[in-house]
Write a protein that binds this ligand. Structure first.
Ligand code: FAD
Length: 358
């Protein structure tokens, strides 16, 4: 295939991944982003970036599980490649996650196990039921607090801040051009409208996330709030979930005793700052899990909207001159390997270029 001129609209998770991969194929490419290349307007920046196909079974379909399994090998391989190309050190670990519940909430843990049995009966051998002693081995700081739990050895997480930085650098090194602080107000096959004029391309790749609301039928935002903490007194090795009858708390580690605490899930498209209620719910559940969080510093309280289609599954739609990729909902990091590969396949089959493109 000859080199095409491509515009990627949206420099969040999907936009960056697709830009990187399309540049590697030799295309000429620029990214239009309404924020800056620091990704401060994306859902990608605030996410916990857990790779959790098993725990997501509690709120997703079997398909998400199957597509998500792809991520567990894809990310370590691509992160190694990115790290080598850019020199950015990106933590990515796939050595399991732990699920616990307080004594009074044991039925929530039992219910989660039933969900696993119903949705992924053929993968139950991967789920380890923890005794207190085994939990103490995996996460010593939870010892004495819980008498049981579940261990999902094939789950993991990555450091999204480092990943987004590395992708930005990789795109620049491959001569991708960033148009920052440019709001693209319309997209048609082979062209986009921004800064008062139309610009033509062989293909426009629409990765606007919730920014495509109103132009992608059925797209809605699902509000999520997270707290980013530095907790010198806490040493958790892997993601931990607390099952609770009203909300499900998770803790995703980051380098240097930092943790992402999440997340609320509210059927609302509000982008307003994190509310007092959400602070109270997240922090009281957190303190009940590990009192060492009492002295933690709250470094960020962030909210955003997960871009979701009516069935909460992703869409990849190709036509001559346009490729639309969206709807990653709460599974952006989990599903982007599958979705990016699907999108690249459409490119390679010549389904996305404008008729007559050189
Ligand atoms: C609280 C929370 C926690 C999450 N945790 C996880 C997790 O643990 N694991 C997981 O797999 N997923 C998680 N996610 C989901 C994940 O973050 C999203 O699915 C993913 O970021 C979606 O990627 P995207 O590229 O489609 O959108 P985004 O990452 O939001 O990127 C869209 C980009 O397009 C830009 N844009 C929008 N409109 C325009 C326009 N008109 N012109 C120019 N640019 C525009 C935006 O500024 C933005 O940079 C979480 C999400 C939230 C909110």
């Amino acid at each position: 295939m000859s080199a095409l001129s491509i515009a990627v609209v949206g420099g969040g998770l999907l936009g960056r991944l697709l830009a990187w991969k399309l540049l590697q194929r030799g295309h000429r490419l620029c990214i239009f982003e309404r924020g800056s290349r620091a990704a401060e307007q994306s859902a990608a920046r605030i996410a916990a970036s857990m790779l959790a196909p098993y725990t997501e079974v509690a709120s997703a379909e079997r398909q998400v599980f199957e597509w998500g399994l792809r991520a567990l090998a894809w990310w370590p391989q691509h992160i190694a490649e990115l790290g080598e190309a850019t020199g950015v050190d990106i933590t990515c670990r796939v050595d399991g996650s732990v699920v616990v519940a307080h004594e009074l909430d044991q039925s929530t843990l039992a219910h989660f196990l039933q969900q696993l049995q119903a949705v992924v009966p053929d993968h139950l051998a991967d789920v380890e039921q923890l005794t207190a002693a085994r939990l103490a081995e995996l996460e010593p700081e939870l010892a004495g607090r819980y008498r049981n739990g579940l261990f999902l050895p094939h789950e993991g997480y990555l450091d999204n801040s480092a990943l987004l930085r590395a992708l930005e650098r990789a795109i620049a090194e491959l001569s991708g051009h960033w148009h920052e602080h440019v709001d693209v107000t319309d997209i048609e096959p082979g062209r986009l409208y921004a800064q008062g004029r139309w610009r033509d391309f062989d293909c426009v790749v629409d990765c606007r996330g919730i920014g495509a609301k109103g132009q992608l039928a059925g797209l809605r935002g699902v509000r999520g709030e997270v707290l980013w903490l530095r907790a010198p007194e806490v040493n958790l090795q892997r993601p931990v979930r607390l099952m609770h009858p009203r909300y499900k708390l998770y803790i995703a580690p980051r380098p240097d005793n930092r943790y992402v605490i999440g997340a609320t899930e509210i059927e609302s498209e509000s982008m307003a700052p994190v509310t007092v209620r959400s602070h109270l719910e997240l922090l009281s559940a957190l303190y009940s899990l590990h009192s060492g969080f009492a002295e933690a510093e709250v470094e960020h309280a962030w909210s955003h909207c997960r871009p979701a289609m009516p069935n909460n599954l992703p869409v990849v739609m190709a036509e001559p001159g346009r490729l639309v990729v969206n709807g990653l909902y709460r599974h952006g990091y989990l599903l982007s390997p599958h979705v990016v590969e699907q999108a690249l396949e459409k490119f390679d089959q010549g389904m996305c270029e404008r008729v007559g493109a050189s």
